[in-house]
Design a protein around this ligand. Structure first.
Ligand SMILES: [Zn+2]
Length: 373
C-alpha cells in the first residue's frame, strides 16, 4: 500500500468490544433522538450496563474457550458450515433468541426483541480456509474436505472466524442476561462464506429482510481478528478496509516453436512487460495521498520449455478506497494491455481481454461516532 489514511489506535481490554456494543443498544442516536435524553444521562446508563456486561463476559470465559476450541478443531469451508451453524442455532435458541436457519444455504439469524429502541445487528462469519494447519496445537484441525470444484483440500480456521463466532455467542449470552438494562432489538447473524465474499449477499438474496422478515438494522457491527497483541482492540471511524476487485487479463496471440520466435507472437513476454508496467499505475497515475494496491497473484501460460504459448492469463487483485482510484486502475490496466499488444503487432481481433471475477466488494466505511464506543 502506497500510503494509508489516518488511523486511530486504541489499546483496551478485550471485553471493550462487548462494552462498545452495549453502549449502542442503550444509548444509540435513535433512542437519544426519540426521548431527548441528554448525552450525559446516556453515558451514565451505558457505563452501568457496560460494567455488567463486562463481568458477565469474564464469568463466561471458560465456556467460551471450549466453544472456540471445538469450532477450531472442526472447521468448515464456505457454504458448508452445517456443524458450526448448528452450534450457533442451538446456543441462540437456548438463550431465548428467535432463530432462523438455512439462510443463504448455511446462514443463521437469532433475534432478541426487547422493546422499543434501535435495531442492532451483530455479524460473525463462520467459514474456514482451505489451508493445512501447522500450529501443533492440541485442538489443531486435521480436517480434509472435498471443495465445490471437486478438489480435496485441508481445512483450518486460520482467518479467525472461529473466534468471531465465539465472540458472538458470548455477546448473545451477556446481552440476554442483561435484558432488563437495555431496550431495542438485537439480531445475531452467523454468516456463511465470507472468504469467497458471497455469504452476506446470499443471505439477503434468500429473503433475509423480506421473506424472513428480519428487521433492517440501524447499526451493523462486525469484527475481525488481527495480528496485534492479545487484549488489543482497534476501532476507528471512516474508511477502514479497502474495496476489492478480482480481474482476469487474458493475452491472446500466436503460438509457435521456440526455435522460430519470429513466426509467433510471444505472450509470455507481453504478459511480463504488462506486469511491470501495471505497477507504474499505482506509482505514478494515482495521487500519493490516496491508497491503492495492485497485485498480480497468478500467471498461467504455456506447458513446455521450447513452445511459445498462444494464451497467457494474469490474475490480478485490486484494492482501493475510492471509485475514482478504482477507475484509474481499471483504465490503466486496459491501456497498458492494449499498448503492449500493439507494440508487438497483435491484430485488433487479438487485443487482450479483461474479465471482472464475481465477488467485488466496496470499501468498509465505519460510522465515526459509533466507532468511538
Ligand atoms: Zn476472515
Amino acid at each position: 500500500m502506497k500510503s494509508k489514511p489516518e488511523r486511530k489506535w486504541f489499546t483496551l481490554p478485550c471485553y471493550w468490544t462487548v462494552i462498545g456494543f452495549a453502549l449502542i443498544l442503550s444509548g444509540g442516536p435513535l433512542k437519544a433522538q426519540d426521548t431527548g435524553t441528554s448525552g450525559k444521562a446516556l453515558t451514565k446508563v451505558s457505563t452501568a450496563l457496560s460494567a455488567r456486561v463486562q463481568s458477565a463476559i469474564e464469568a463466561d470465559g471458560p465456556r467460551l474457550i471450549e466453544i472456540y476450541k471445538d469450532i477450531h478443531a472442526n472447521p468448515e469451508l464456505a457454504f458448508m458450515e452445517q456443524r458450526t451453524a448448528g452450534i450457533v442455532a442451538k446456543e441462540l435458541s437456548a438463550l431465548g433468541y428467535e432463530v432462523k436457519t438455512g439462510i443463504g444455504k448455511t446462514g443463521v439469524v437469532g433475534i432478541l426483541r426487547n422493546g422499543l429502541g434501535p435495531v442492532v445487528m451483530y455479524r460473525a462469519d463462520m467459514d474456514a480456509v482451505p489451508v493445512e494447519e501447522g500450529t501443533g496445537l492440541p485442538y489443531a484441525s486435521k480436517v480434509k474436505t472435498t471443495r465445490e470444484d471437486g478438489i480435496d483440500v485441508p481445512v483450518a480456521h486460520l482467518c479467525g472466524h472461529d473466534a468471531h463466532t465465539t465472540w458472538m455467542l458470548g455477546v448473545a449470552k451477556a446481552m440476554a442476561g442483561a435484558k432488563d438494562a437495555w431496550s431495542g432489538t438485537l439480531i445475531m447473524v452467523g454468516q456463511p462464506a465470507e472468504e469467497v465474499v458471497r455469504g452476506a449477499k446470499a443471505m439477503v438474496d434468500d429473503g433475509l429482510y423480506t421473506k424472513l422478515g428480519v428487521p433492517v438494522p440501524n447499526f451493523l457491527i462486525a469484527q475481525h481478528t488481527a495480528p496485534v497483541p492479545v487484549g488489543t482492540i482497534i476501532s476507528a471511524g471512516g474508511p477502514r478496509m479497502a474495496g476489492s476487485d478480482k480481474l482476469n487479463v487474458i493475452f491472446r496471440g500466436i503460438g509457435g516453436q521456440g526455435g522460430m520466435p519470429h513466426l509467433a507472437k510471444d505472450l509470455v513476454i507481453m504478459a511480463a512487460a504488462a506486469i511491470m508496467e501495471y505497477q507504474v499505475i499505482v506509482a505514478r497515475a494515482i495521487d500519493p495521498a490516496e491508497s491503492a494496491v495492485l497485485t498480480v497473484g497468478a500467471i498461467q501460460a504455456g506447458t513446455a520449455h521450447n513452445i511459445i504459448p498462444d494464451r497467457a492469463l494474469l490474475k490480478i487483485g485490486l484494492r482501493s478506497f475510492k471509485p475514482q482510484v478504482r477507475d484509474l486502475m481499471f483504465k490503466g490496466i486496459r491501456n497498458i494491455n492494449e499498448s503492449i499488444a500493439r507494440a508487438y503487432n497483435l491484430p485488433d481481433n487479438l487485443m487482450p481481454i479483461m474479465e471482472i471475477v464475481p465477488g467485488s466488494v466496496p470499501p468498509l466505511v465505519n460510522d465515526t461516532p459509533r466507532s468511538r464506543g
